[in-house]
Design a protein around this ligand. Structure first.
Ligand SMILES: Nc1nc2c(ncn2[C@@H]2O[C@H](COP(=O)(O)OP(=O)(O)OP(=O)(O)O)[C@@H](O)[C@H]2O)c(=O)[nH]1
Ligand SMILES: [Mg+2]
Length: 198
């Protein structure tokens, strides 16, 4: 049973004017394309195909708003790091993200989805600096932990934790075997219950 039985998709936006009304609280999910963002959201919300997974390139370039509970939202930000994304498109992405982080009053926290085998990319660091610039807490999900042996996974976590310092918290996660789902959900609820000026 989902912890968010009323969860539903609200709308996709390609420009700030299309964002849903900025009231209540929301948590944003960001990550390199193919890192496992949609899969992580599906596990956390406990619904197959809630955020969809891969092979829907159009939708992954948009800001997707989902309602979790009354006045609590989850926002699936456009995936980044597409090798072939043209300059104009990349500029549009950067402008859209800057606008979102700088103006969004209901934003309470950032989830950054990182493939545990790849460590942090420049785009990941850019997302963390967007969050840091507005004093927003960030939490990293090291996804696809099932792809590594236990020792390798532990080492990768330590490396990322050292790299992040106190800019973000971090945990192991796997959409395949649901490792870390409770911890991720607790963090999501923690973010959503923060008040506006924290
Ligand atoms: N083994 C394993 N595979 C995963 C995991 N999470 C995601 N995948 C796979 O990785 C691929 C990409 O997953 P998505 O969830 O679609 O990734 P995304 O970050 O949403 O990608 P875009 O929306 O295209 O940017 C899919 O084939 C998933 O099945 C995981 O924890 N373990
Ligand atoms: Mg996706």
């Amino acid at each position: 049973m989902s912890q968010y039985p009323e969860a539903q998709f609200i709308k996709s936006a390609n420009a700030p004017g299309q964002f849903v009304p900025d009231t209540g609280s929301e948590a944003a999910f960001a990550g390199r394309s193919n890192a496992g963002k949609s899969s992580a959201i599906n596990v956390i919300v406990n619904r197959r195909q809630f955020a969809r997974t891969s092979k829907t390139p159009g939708r992954t370039r948009l800001v997707n708003f989902f309602s979790l509970r009354d006045e609590q939202r989850l926002v699936d930000l456009p995936g980044y790091g597409f090798a072939k994304v043209a300059g104009k498109m990349r500029e549009h992405w950067a402008d859209l993200m800057a606008e979102y982080f700088e103006t969004r009053k209901s934003l309470r926290g950032l989830f950054l989805i990182v493939d545990i085998r790849r460590q942090l990319t420049d785009y990941d660091r850019q997302m963390l600096s967007f969050a840091d610039a507005v004093g927003l807490p960030a939490h990293v999900l090291l996804t696809k932990t099932d792809k590594l042996k236990r020792g390798q996974a532990a080492t990768a976590l330590l490396e990322v934790r050292r790299d992040l310092g106190d800019t973000a918290t971090v945990q192991h996660f796997s959409a395949l075997n649901r490792l870390g789902e409770d911890e991720a959900r607790a963090k999501l609820d923690e973010f959503l219950s923060l008040s506006a000026d924290q």
